[in-house]
Design a protein around this ligand. Structure first.
Ligand SMILES: [Zn+2]
Length: 295
């Protein structure tokens, strides 16, 4: 929705109240009073916050000043031109907390790659039922999308210990089979791909310590496989590095979200790096600097 704010500096609660339906404003006040509005994060010049909605799924709201007017985006089904109670609640909370409005904010839906935006426009043209079918059909054949869908729908939580143990067995088997009996170098690449895609699927879920430890175990498996590719550098120059970087990306993302104990992390990293036959994919001190103990 769009509400013109003539002078951004003077944007205040009264202006908001004056532009919003009294009922919506009251609902927003109730959300705020009930502690439904989570903490703010800066995003593309505006503010985002999660709003808890009764029994339903929480919605993510973005509010910001775009071209001198208040712009909002919300996960709820409010139309583009409607100012929903969630957006009003977040705007109110931002005003009351003295949030610094940037005059050049970019709504999240516009802060995407041009190619994605084009597809968003196409998706916008579909009915909800057709879009739902399209997503579900694709998710049934694409495990990463399937995971993302279930996570976003609140039906799949973080990776827990029993599931992680089972996956560990699966990954071990993939790595062992690749270099057992009569094998060729492409088998190593295929096994690596299989292991890394499992990790990338896990990365779509909420972070957990079980996930972090599983990824570290997978890193040692990959290091073992990668050693063969490093040996055959004439054919595989750059390949183990590129694939290893994907393992590291998943690991770094989990570290970012979990902020693991720096000493314990350093100890595990040293062990992984030390046991690698060749270079370990987690041997990137610069990337891990933010997670090091600064004491
Ligand atoms: Zn809403």
């Amino acid at each position: 929705m769009r509400l013109d704010v003539l002078m951004v500096v003077h944007f205040n609660e009264d202006m908001l109240a004056g532009a919003v339906d009294a009922e919506v404003f009251a609902a927003a006040e109730r959300l705020l009073a009930g502690g439904a509005v989570g903490s703010f994060a800066d995003a593309t010049g505006g503010a985002t916050a999660i709003v808890q909605v009764g029994q339903g799924h929480p919605v993510e709201v973005w509010v910001g000043i775009v071209h001198g007017g208040l712009d909002t985006e919300c996960d709820c089904d409010a139309g583009r031109d409607d100012l929903c109670a969630h957006a009003v609640a977040v705007t109110l909370a931002a005003l009351r907390s003295g949030f610094t409005w940037s005059s050049g904010a970019t709504p999240p839906s516009e802060a995407v790659e041009p190619e994605v935006r084009e597809l968003v426009e196409a998706a916008d043209r579909l009915s909800r039922r057709r879009l739902t079918m399209l997503v579900a059909t694709h998710a049934s054949t694409d495990r990463r999308l399937r995971t993302r869908l279930l996570v976003e729908a609140g039906q799949l939580g973080p990776l827990a210990r029993p599931e992680a143990d089972q996956l560990r067995q699966t990954l071990n088997a993939i790595a062992t089979e690749a270099t057992t009996g009569w094998w060729q170098m492409p088998d190593v690449v295929t096994a690596g791909e299989a292991i890394i895609s499992e990790l990338e699927i896990i990365s779509e879920r909420s972070a957990s310590m079980s996930a972090l430890l599983l990824v570290e175990h997978a890193a040692t498996l990959w290091d073992g496989l990668a050693a063969h590719l490093f040996d055959d550098w004439e054919h595989y120059e750059g390949v183990p590095e590129e694939m290893g970087a994907r393992v590291r990306a998943v690991h770094l993302q989990l570290c970012e979200r979990l902020q693991p104990d720096p000493d314990e992390l350093a100890e595990r990293l040293n062990r992984i790096i030390g046991s690698a036959e060749s270079v370990s994919c987690l041997d990137a001190p610069h990337d891990y600097a933010p997670f090091r103990n600064r004491a």
